[in-house]
Design a protein around this ligand. Structure first.
Ligand code: NAD
Length: 276
């Protein structure tokens, strides 16, 4: 008997699914048979991915909303439930990658940096999870999956606020799992290594990306579709005994001791910063 993942009958919301990792997770959930609500800040992106899924004969809806706004999150979750007739899977993928606004030494991070990064990663994810969990608890359970980062699995020089904000989500997952497990809600995080999305391509030079590949045991970055496959497995019945964990998907990068620890290869860093 062939083993397959069948998500038919499932109803999934993916935040920030208009591009990058979120898009790929949404495509894979739809290919496994789930109805999917595609959320993005940018309406055209959400609509374009929903169309892509419909063209592959899947069922998808687009809902534009800014996940930084608590009220918009509540609206998004309620609207997803209404459109799909349920919410059994939620993937909280939106997060702020500070490389896009500059990595810097710990002593240069100011109060606004910390508040902004914690807000857009930890607080945003917690509030999405809260709204989803509330609906799932009163509707028979579900699975909530957070996208954190491989940067949480080792020291992350020049990226202190991001790595701490994402590590806090890994911890939140374990607490949510204990509280929500008796109501049939599983809670998991995936912690991806470097994945060549538009945001990452804009932040790092070719040389920096080559260094990352060279110092990773599998000598590769993570492919988008590898995260789509992993997410599909984790939300499926095949993984029904897994909750409260974060799953590292980084081609072994967390084992590496040779990763460059300075700002060399970060676009926009000054020559003085790269030699610190
Ligand atoms: N790319 C990587 O190497 C990598 C590695 C580890 C973790 N991650 C995490 O994966 C997640 C996705 O990263 P990515 O590289 O695919 O990003 P991306 O920039 O390629 O795509 C993010 C999408 O989310 C949308 N978005 C941004 N802010 C939003 C908001 N407030 N509300 C709704 N939608 C919003 C954007 O419009 C975009 O379409 C993030 O949480 C990031 O921290 C990425």
């Amino acid at each position: 008997m062939a083993v397959t993942i069948d998500l038919s009958g499932e109803t999934a919301l993916v935040t920030g699914a208009g591009a990058g990792i979120g898009r790929e997770i949404a495509l894979w959930l739809a290919r496994a048979g789930a109805q999917v609500t595609i959320n993005d800040l940018i309406e055209e992106r959400a609509e374009s991915v929903a169309l892509e899924i419909q063209e592959e004969s899947g069922v998808a809806y687009a809902v534009a909303a800014d996940c930084r706004d608590d009220k918009a999150v509540d609206m998004l979750v309620e609207e997803s439930f209404r459109l799909m007739g349920g919410l059994s899977i939620a993937v909280n993928n939106v997060g702020m990658i500070p490389a896009s606004r500059g990595l810097k030494p710990f002593i240069d991070y100011q109060g606004d940096d910390w508040r902004d990064i914690i807000d857009q990663n930890l607080t945003l994810s917690a509030l999405c999870g809260r709204a989803e969990a509330e609906l799932m608890v009163s509707n028979g359970g579900g699975v909530i999956l957070f996208v954190t980062s491989g940067e949480t699995t080792r020291p992350s020089p020049y990226n202190s606020a991001y790595s701490a904000s994402k590590a806090a989500i890994n911890h939140l997952v374990s607490t949510m799992a204990v509280e929500l497990g008796p109501s049939g809600v599983r809670v998991i995080a995936i912690a991806p290594g470097t994945t060549l999305t538009e945001t990452v391509a804009a932040a790092f030079t070719e040389e920096r990306l080559e260094q990352i590949v060279a110092s990773t045991p599998l000598r590769k970055m993570v492919e988008h579709d590898e995260l789509g496959r992993l997410a599909t497995f984790l939300v499926s019945d095949l993984a029904r005994c897994i909750t409260g964990q974060f799953i590292i998907a980084d081609a072994g990068a967390f084992l590496s001791r040779t990763r460059p620890g300075n700002l060399e290869g970060v676009r926009g860093a000054t020559s003085e910063e790269t030699t610190k």
